[in-house]
Design a protein around this ligand. Structure first.
Ligand code: NAD
Length: 527
């Protein structure tokens, strides 16, 4: 290795204490290429295994994960500072649940029979088989460092792909755990490579490598740059980007539940959740009560190192993230926002910012216009549903949203008007952990879907196979009226009658063509 190619190292820190967890050697760009090449070889025999054989490995992985859950959750807590129990719920369950879902639905999605109702093809059969794309590149963030890459890797493997994953450098140890546990569970060598390192070095090398698809989860700034480079090279992408989700509290909401749910969604993971309730709007008639209850619940949050007991909220990922929150809050306050709770960095070791509630907020403030990736909840009121919907949609993002009401039909009417990939009624953003449901956003929140049937579709290509007997003439039992050559003398008339019979309006009109069609199908000489 020449001096200019000197290997970087990645330091894993605990943001709650500043302690270094470990220092890991980063991959070099050449090693990224080698990983993709080795993965390509391994993928061929993996794809030739049956779905059930591939599921068996995932099943064993699920067992290992359940057994090693606390070790993994503690690794996550050591790199992010989040409460250990929260890591268990929000990082591990989505992955454990992904295996459950794939065992249940994977085989039928990978091969689906189609019902062909058209009598012209009644003697034929169709099926959809899903083929893997090959080697997938994945670049993932630190906020859910096990849940996001873990579930994406599981879907890709079920479908017969190989994966080269670059985890966020902040959470490299957690990323490496995914590989370690899968290999322990019997995943064949080279099918999954976790390549540690920085974005502009190792991430860039992965973008430029010979991958067949790129799944990126992270910020819009980086995602848009990766999207452009992949598009130039014809590499398809799935983009899971930022969010500024609204929570809309209608006048008939259960305010106790609404305030608890919104405070949990916003402050869980120290506000560093793509689908957190980043803005809350309550109806004028309940706004004061809603505001007071939110402030009371936020002031009761116990902030600390998530590795310790009785902590609700940990630190931000690093000091840079704290400075960004300070800027957004300070600029918003200068523009007239009122601090109702928190509003400043905490005077203690680690990257801590106080859980913050802002009132008197307007839509031109940074806490609304930008994605606020930290523990800040701006509150606003509205007069009627039209105003609530207008405010909810006044954003470049469209990841998820929530509507809080005792009348769930009314909630659905409002939900249908909100521009977001998921709208939850009477909860917020939790569906990432429910694998039957799709994950992905509208507008600048990205494109494509992970999870659910759509998550399998995203990492496969669809092949249609249509089968018929070698000895049957298609479309008719009477060879001279098939649409193969040569066309019969009465071809135009017969086909016209056929169209009337099959698709024409009105039973009587269709019935007049029935005897003729019967003759065509059964054969004149047999009647
Ligand atoms: P980020 O974009 O800074 O980093 C994400 C990944 O990209 C990391 O692995 C990073 O190393 C890599 N990267 C950075 N620069 C790169 C470059 N030049 N080339 C290649 N790779 C590069 O995002 P983050 O700070 O880790 O995560 C926070 C963001 O992710 C927020 O905007 C959040 O909303 C979003 N997010 C979205 C979802 C979703 O499902 N939509 C989920 C989680 C996080």
């Amino acid at each position: 290795m020449s001096e200019s190619e000197e290997r970087e190292t990645v330091k894993s820190f605990n943001p709650a204490s500043g302690d270094v967890n470990d220092e890991i050697e980063a991959a070099t760009p050449a090693e990224v290429d080698e990983a993709v090449e080795a993965a390509r070889e391994a993928q061929k025999s993996w794809a030739s295994r049956s779905v059930e054989e591939r599921l068996h490995v995932l099943d064993v992985f699920q067992d290992h994960l359940i057994r090693r859950r606390e070790e993994v959750a503690r690794t996550i807590a050591s790199e992010t500072g989040k409460p250990v129990g929260e890591g268990l719920v929000t990082d591990l369950i989505p992955v454990i649940d992904a295996v459950r879902f794939l065992k249940k639905r994977g085989p039928e999605v990978m091969e689906t029979r189609l019902d062909l109702d058209n009598i012209m093809v009644m003697d034929r059969k169709s099926k959809i088989v899903r083929e893997p794309l090959g080697v997938l590149g994945m670049i993932t963030p630190w906020n859910y460092p096990f849940g996001i890459p873990g579930s994406q890797v599981i879907y890709a493997l079920l479908a017969g792909n190989a994966v080269v994953l670059k985890p966020a450098r902040e959470t490299t140890l957690t990323g490496l755990k995914i590989e370690e546990i899968l290999v322990d569970a019997g995943l064949p060598e080279d099918l999954l490579h976790v390549v540690p390192g920085g974005g502009s070095t190792v991430g860039q090398a992965l973008i430029e490598s010979d991958i067949d698809q790129m799944t990126f989860t992270g910020s819009n700034e980086v995602g848009e740059m990766i999207q452009e480079q992949c598009a130039e090279r014809g590499v398809p992408t799935t983009m899971e980007l930022g969010g500024s989700d609204p929570a809309v509290v209608l006048d008939d909401a259960n305010l106790d539940n609404a305030t608890s749910g919104i405070v949990w969604s916003r402050f869980m993971n120290c506000g560093q959740t793509c689908a957190a309730a980043k803005r809350a709007y309550a109806h004028d008639s309940v706004f004061d009560e809603f505001r007071d209850e939110v402030v009371r619940k936020v002031e009761n949050l116990r902030v600390g190192n998530g590795a310790e007991e009785n902590v609700d909220m940990g630190p931000l990922i690093d000091d840079g993230a704290v400075e960004e929150i300070e800027r957004q809050v300070e600029e918003s306050v200068e523009m007239g926002a009122e601090v109702l709770a928190g509003g400043e960095r905490l005077d203690r070791e680690g990257s801590f910012y106080a859980p913050t509630v802002l009132g008197n907020v307007t839509h031109d403030m940074p806490v609304i216009r930008e994605e606020t990736f930290g523990p800040v909840l701006p509150l606003m009121s509205f007069e009627n549903e039209d105003e609530a919907v207008k405010k909810a949609n006044d954003t470049r993002f469209g990841l998820t949203a929530s509507v809080w009401t005792r009348d769930t039909d009314r909630g659905e009417r409002v939900a249908r008007r909100i521009e977001a990939g998921t709208v939850v009624i009477n909860d917020h953003g939790y569906t990432y952990g429910i694998n039957e449901t799709p994950w992905g956003g509208f507008k600048d929140s990205g494109h494509g879907r992970t999870h659910g049937v759509w998550g399998i579709e995203e990492v496969t290509r669809m092949k249609h196979i249509n089968k018929g007997s070698a000895d049957t003439v298609p479309r008719s039992l009477r060879p001279e009226t098939t649409w193969w050559f040569p066309y019969s003398d009465d071809y135009l008339e017969t086909m016209g009658d056929g169209i009337e019979f099959l698709y024409g309006n009105g039973v009587v009109r269709r019935a007049t063509k029935a005897p003729k069609m019967l003759k065509e199908l059964i054969g004149r000489d047999k009647l």
